[in-house]
Design a protein around this ligand. Structure first.
Ligand code: HEC
Length: 386
C-alpha cells in the first residue's frame, strides 16, 4: 500500500453515492439499529440486559411498537431501493454492478495470493469488490427472510390458512437466528471494513478521493478516467424506456401497498403482554398446613342440656309441628311444653304416649333411633323444661 502515493495535482474527488442512495443508507441504518435494539431483548427476554432495557424504555409493549414501526420504515426503504435499481437498470442502462461475476472469483484468488505474500497488489476491484457484493446480497437475503418471517409472526392466523402450525415457531426461530447473524455481520464485518480497516465515509459524504479510488476501486477509476463508463442514451430512447418504467413502477407500488396493508393492519393477533404485576416473595411453609378436616358431626347433646327448651322443643318443632302444631292431629299439640306433657310422663319414658307411639314405628312423623334414645333419656331425667 505504501507504494501508492497520491500526486498533489490529481486531488480529484469522485461522486460515489448520490443523495438518494445516501438517504436510503441512512434510513436503513436507523431502522436496522432500532430493529436490533428492540428485537434482541425480545429474543433474549430473560437476560438481565434485556430486563434492564425494558425497564428503561417502558416495557416490552413499547419495544414491540418501535420494532413494528421500524419494520414498516425498512419495508418502505426497501421498496424505494427496488424502484431505484429498476430505474437504473431499465432506463439508464447502468451495469448491474452488485451481482458477483467471474472477475470476483479472480479477485478472491488474487487477494489470497496477496495475503500469502505472492503478489504485490490485491485484485483490481471495479465499482464494488466481492466483499461488498456479498454483503449487499446478504442484506437482501436477510431483509427478505426477516420480512417473511416477520409477517408470519405478525399475522399468524392468515399464515396458518396456508401453512401448518409449526410454521409460526419456525418463523420465530428463523427470525431470531437471522437477527443475531445480521447484527453480528454489521458489527464484525461491516464496521471492520468501513470504520476500522479504513474510515470510509463515502456513504455519508457521497465522495471518494482519487487516492481512495485507486486503493479500493482501481478498475472503476480506470474506466471513469478513460471515459468508458459513460453510457450516453438518446433522449428519445430515454423517454421510451420511461414510458415502460413508470407504469411498471406504479403497478409495483400498488401491489406493495396492498401487501403492506395486509402486513400491518390485517390482523391484530399479537398477544398483548400485560404489565408485570406486583412482585411478592413466594411463601412456602416448611410444615404443610393440615388439610381442612370436615366439620365434625355434632356430638350427641350432653345430658345436662337435655331440656325442653334446648332439645326436645326444637326437635318436635322440626319433626312434628306440621301435624302437631296448630292443627293438633290426633289431638296432640307439641308446640308448648305444657301441651307436650300431655303425651309425656316424666321419669317414665316407657309409659309415655309419645314414646309408645314412636316405638311402634310407621308413624307419619318419626324420630330417628338416636333422637328417640335421647328423647327417652330426657324423659327419664324428668323431662325438664329448662
Ligand atoms: C304427617 C303428620 C304427622 C306427623 C308429622 C306426626 N304425627 Fe303424630 N299423629 C298424626 C296423626 C294423624 C295422629 C292421629 C292418629 C294416630 O294416632 O295415628 C297422630 C298421633 C300422634 C300421637 C297420639 C297417639 C295416640 O295414641 O293418641 C302421638 C303421641 C304422636 N302422634 C306423636 C308424634 C310425634 C312425637 C311426632 C314427631 C316425631 C309426630 N307425631 C309427627 C300425624 C302426624
Amino acid at each position: 500500500m505504501s507504494d501508492m502515493t497520491s500526486t498533489p495535482t490529481k486531488k480529484k474527488v469522485f461522486v460515489r453515492f448520490d443523495l438518494l442512495q445516501r438517504v436510503q443508507h441512512f434510513i436503513f441504518l436507523i431502522s436496522f439499529s432500532l430493529l436490533g435494539f428492540t428485537g434482541l431483548p425480545q429474543r433474549y427476554p430473560l437476560s438481565p440486559i434485556s430486563t434492564a432495557f425494558f425497564e428503561l424504555t417502558g416495557g416490552v409493549e413499547v419495544a414491540r411498537n418501535i420494532h413494528h414501526a421500524s419494520a414498516i420504515v425498512m419495508m418502505i426503504v426497501s421498496l424505494v431501493h427496488v424502484l431505484e435499481v429498476m430505474y437504473r437498470v431499465m432506463v439508464l442502462s447502468t451495469p448491474i454492478s452488485m451481482i458477483p461475476w467471474i472477475s470476483d472469483a479472480l479477485h478472491v484468488y488474487e487477494d489470497v495470493q496477496y495475503y500469502l505474500g505472492f503478489r504485490r497488489h490485491k485484485g483490481y476491484y471495479g465499482r464494488y469488490s466481492y466483499a461488498e457484493k456479498i454483503e449487499y446480497l446478504a442484506l437482501i437475503w436477510g431483509t427478505v427472510v426477516m420480512g417473511l418471517t416477520g409477517f408470519m409472526m405478525w399475522n399468524p392466523i392468515s399464515t396458518l390458512r396456508y401453512l401448518p402450525g409449526e410454521a409460526i415457531p419456525a418463523a420465530k426461530a428463523a427470525h431470531g437466528g437471522e437477527a443475531v447473524l445480521a447484527v453480528a455481520a454489521i458489527i464484525i464485518w461491516h464496521f471492520y471494513h468501513v470504520h476500522i480497516k479504513h474510515l470510509n465515509l463515502s456513504m455519508f459524504t457521497g465522495k471518494l478521493s482519487r487516492e481512495e479510488m485507486l486503493h479500493e476501486h482501481p478498475a472503476e477509476l480506470a474506466a471513469i478516467e478513460s471515459g468508458k463508463h459513460e453510457v450516453q442514451i438518446a433522449p428519445t430512447v430515454l423517454r421510451k424506456r420511461q414510458m415502460i418504467y413508470f407504469p411498471l413502477a406504479f403497478v409495483l407500488v400498488a401491489a406493495f401497498s396492498v401487501g403492506f396493508y395486509y402486513f400491518v393492519a390485517f390482523e391484530t393477533t399479537a398477544v398483548v403482554t400485560l404489565p408485570q404485576g406486583e412482585t411478592v416473595p413466594a411463601f412456602y411453609p416448611l410444615t404443610p398446613t393440615p388439610l381442612p378436616t370436615p366439620t365434625p358431626t355434632p356430638e350427641p347433646v350432653a345430658v345436662t342440656t337435655l331440656t325442653w327448651e334446648a332439645f326436645a322443643g326444637p326437635l318436635a318443632q322440626k319433626k312434628c309441628s306440621m301435624c302437631h302444631g296448630a292443627t293438633a292431629m290426633g289431638n296432640v299439640n307439641l308446640t308448648t311444653y305444657a301441651d307436650a306433657m300431655k303425651v309425656i310422663t316424666p321419669k317414665d319414658s316407657a309409659n309415655s304416649k309419645l314414646v309408645i307411639k314412636q316405638n311402634a314405628g310407621g308413624h307419619p312423623g318419626q324420630f330417628t333411633a338416636d333422637e328417640l334414645t335421647q328423647i327417652k333419656a330426657w324423659i327419664d331425667a324428668g323431662a325438664p323444661e329448662k
